[in-house]
Ligand binder design. Structure first.
Ligand SMILES: [Zn+2]
Ligand SMILES: [Zn+2]
Length: 444
């Protein structure tokens, strides 16, 4: 009975390690009675039975008291070791869990970052474009905003020239020129002005044409990396308009619009007629410019002499000016007109000649660079490159101007005409006005 009590201790609750420690300390000091009474506290009936049955109490047995204390210490030591092992195992488990969570977070973040920048079209050019994207953004926005300023500048400068012609030159022409020259100047000047105004208005208000977003049966298309949409042949993305433009030539800040399939003719006609108008004004106003320039030089000389005379005089009355305000304004206006017109004629004339050469070759400004590279690439392979959109010089002009029959040279070229270009800009079939034998052969 006593052996049972010593061998099978009462089960210890999880939170009783402090009590165990206390018992161990007390046991080691030789207080065996306290230890027994403590173990008997779990089963009071046993203690009572011992006392009632006259069994020897542990306090009356000194050797057994030492054994019980040692076993108690062993039990306590084992329990403490178990507790330490449990704590270590728990800490290791928690540490591993934390590391796993950090690893998962790192992999998730890395995957998110790569998914944001990954693209199957990524190459060196894309990386370079991405690095220069802030510069492009600045240039695009500045060009977009300056486009409005440039359009206002074109309208303002053209209006000033027209005003000078009407206010200063026309009365003089009507007074001094012969009737034949008056008719010529009136007819040509007004025709040229109408052509300029019409084509400039049409160029800035006509959309260059954009590929449809929904249509997906386009033949021979590529994918625009910016729009993520089908891009037909000859279509290019304009970063300023932020759209794909059919048969894109370039983005013109002077129009604040892209030059593409539907307004290419208006743009070229405007350049051509503006150049013609400037040349006309420069040639017609050459004699007047020389006279006005000489008059201004004379004015400066007389003004200097007048100031010298006024400085030598003793009275305070200023001598009257030798030229009236109207004469000064007239001479300066004529000089301004001639200088501006001749400058624009030179600059715009060069641009017009460049575009005329491109039209003759059946190319746009962008295709000029693409075709040159392609020509060089094929030349190295011993092959000849032929532009698939060129129908021959003369036919290229007819297709560009929309001349199907001879009378169209008058009605569609020499007079303002809003006729649309051939085709839709999505596919490039042979225009009806082009002879079949002129169809080019594409060398690949
Ligand atoms: Zn695009
Ligand atoms: Zn554009």
């Amino acid at each position: 009975m006593q052996r049972d009590v010593l061998a099978t201790p009462a089960p210890q609750p999880p939170g009783a390690w402090a009590q165990l420690l206390q018992h161990s300390i007390l046991g080691s000091s030789g207080s065996c009675t306290t230890g027994i009474s403590a173990s008997g506290r779990g089963n009071p009936s046993r203690g009572t039975a011992r006392q009632q049955g006259g069994l020897p109490t542990p306090s009356s047995c000194p050797p057994r008291r030492g054994v019980a204390g040692m076993r108690s210490r062993q039990r306590m030591f084992a329990a403490v070791m178990r507790l330490l092992l449990k704590c270590l195992r728990l800490g290791r488990r928690r540490r591993f869990k934390l590391v796993r969570q950090v690893e998962q977070l790192w992999h998730y973040g890395h995957l998110c970052l790569r998914s944001l920048f990954y693209n199957s079209f990524t190459n060196g050019d894309v990386v370079l474009d991405s690095l220069f994207e802030p510069v492009y953004w600045l240039v695009d926005h500045v060009t977009r905003w300056f486009g409005v300023v440039f359009v206002a500048l074109v309208i303002g400068l053209t209006s000033s020239i027209v005003a000078i012609v009407y206010i200063c030159l026309l009365p003089l022409i009507l007074q001094t020129y012969t009737p034949a020259w008056i008719c010529w100047h009136l007819a040509y000047g007004h025709w040229n002005l109408i052509m300029i105004v019409f084509h400039y208005y049409m160029a800035i208000t006509t959309s260059p044409g954009h590929p449809p977003q929904a249509k997906n049966d386009l033949t021979g298309v590529s994918i625009c990396r910016k729009c993520i949409a089908p891009k037909p042949a000859r279509t290019h993305h304009c970063s300023i308009c932020n759209r794909c433009v059919l048969k894109m030539d370039h983005h013109c800040p002077w129009l604040n619009n892209c030059v593409g399939h539907y307004n290419h003719r208006y743009f070229f006609s405007f350049c051509l007629f503006m150049t013609m108008g400037c040349i006309y004004c420069s040639i017609s106003g050459w004699e007047m410019f020389r006279d006005a320039y000489a008059a201004i030089e004379r004015m400066k000389l007389l003004e200097k002499e007048r100031l010298q005379v006024a400085a030598n005089q003793t009275y305070y009355q200023t001598p009257p000016p030798t030229f009236s305000f109207r004469q000064r304004a007239f001479h300066k206006s004529v000089v301004y007109l001639w200088v501006l017109c001749s400058s624009v004629a030179l600059a715009l004339g060069a641009l017009t000649l460049w575009h005329a050469a491109l039209i003759t070759r059946g190319e746009t400004s962008i295709e000029r660079h693409i075709n040159r590279k392609e020509r060089q690439r094929l030349q190295k392979k011993g092959k000849v490159f032929r532009n698939p959109y060129s129908y021959g010089s003369w036919d290229n002009w007819k297709v560009f101007l929309g001349v199907d029959v001879p009378r169209h040279w008058l009605t569609r070229v020499l007079l303002p005409s809003p006729h649309p270009p051939h085709g839709t800009g999505l596919s490039w079939d042979l225009p009806p006005c082009v002879m079949e034998q002129h169809a080019p052969l594409l060398a690949i």
